[in-house]
Design a protein around this ligand. Structure first.
Ligand code: NAP
Length: 289
């Protein structure tokens, strides 16, 4: 049982964690800290938090766990503001989509609290944002990756793992480097491509006509271009080197496809499509198990 949980950034992820822990009966009191009063009011109204605090310093008093659920670039000033006020027993954890940058900020701003800083990333989300988008089942059967530091207190790692298990999630761990490489390939690159396609089409003189005829294929490919621009700006910049690497690999593959098209090489194109379809089918089967 968590006696006092403080959530900094009561949006989709922070709000959903709060709702899931409440539903599991795993938390007594939840305090929300945020940027706009409007979002905090919504969180209060929806019963996501018990009270809102504007001052992070007083909010974290007597906290068991402090959850950082702001965009990754906002983690640094948030940690700097909290550092002098954290009590030795308080566990601090995050939900950021990138891990090396967040851990770098923790080393810089929380050097005395590193035993209790547990970095984590729930692999669940949606293109909606803010407290009104939060839902209790968001993490049900979804993965949460913890990227522990050698200095972490095992009891603190266990407390954060248990918090996510209470939300219905499956917890695993890996190094921050591996985490950022993997998510550059399977999350950050697809978002960049989706934003790029919609942006390019929207900038054309006949965009209105093109959108009028766009249907389910376009909608499925571009669903994630509806995601929060500020959050994705931060993620792309934070994981720039791994993302550039993935972008180069993808551009190389596009060049191959371009050559196949130019040469009218239908057999080669079909091979690529067949290989992709089989890989995707197998991936979906794995997801449903
Ligand atoms: P969100 O719905 O936009 O929520 C972020 C919250 O943080 C908002 O309530 C926002 O307040 C608040 N905030 C922003 N800047 C702040 C600051 N400087 N100080 C205090 N509060 C601030 O975003 P989210 O999807 O929950 O994402 C939160 C974190 O989860 C990010 O680090 C993201 O990388 C990670 N994550 C996201 C997903 C996903 O698919 N969405 C999945 C896994 C992890 P206002 O509402 O007042 O602007």
């Amino acid at each position: 049982m968590i006696n006092r949980l403080v959530i900094i950034g009561v949006g989709l992820i922070g709000g959903s964690l709060a709702l899931a822990l409440r539903q599991a009966g795993a938390v007594k009191e939840i305090i929300g800290v945020g940027r706009s009063q409007e979002n905090l009011n919504a969180a209060l109204h929806l019963g996501i938090i018990d009270r809102a605090e504007s001052d992070p310093a007083s909010a974290v008093k007597n906290a068991d766990i402090v959850l950082l659920a702001v965009p990754v670039a906002a983690m640094q000033p948030t940690m700097a503001a909290l550092a002098p006020h954290l009590e030795p027993h308080t566990i601090i954890t995050d939900v950021g989509s990138t891990k090396r940058d967040v851990l770098g900020y923790a080393h810089r701003h929380l050097p005395k609290h590193l035993t209790h800083f547990i970095a984590a990333h729930p692999i669940a989300g949606a293109e909606q944002s803010g407290a009104t988008a939060a839902r209790a089942n968001l993490f049900q059967n979804r993965n949460v990756v913890i990227t522990p530091l050698p200095v972490n207190d095992p009891a603190a790692v266990n407390a954060v793992s248990q918090m996510w298990v209470q939300c219905g999630a499956k917890v695993s761990s890996m190094t921050p480097q591996r985490h950022d490489e993997i998510f550059a390939a399977v999350s950050h690159l697809p978002h960049l491509l989706s934003f790029a396609l919609v942006d390019e089409i929207a900038a054309r003189p006949n965009a209105e006509e093109l959108f009028a005829y766009a249907a389910s294929g376009f909608r499925d490919f571009t669903r994630i271009a509806g995601s929060h621009p500020e959050m994705w700006r931060d993620i792309c910049l934070a994981n720039r080197d791994a993302l550039l690497h993935e972008l180069d690999a993808y551009q190389g593959h596009l060049e191959n496809l371009r050559t196949m098209l130019e040469q009218g090489d239908g057999a080669a194109l079909e091979n690529v499509f067949e290989h992709a379809r089989n890989a995707r089918t197998q991936w979906l089967v794995g997801l449903s198990q």
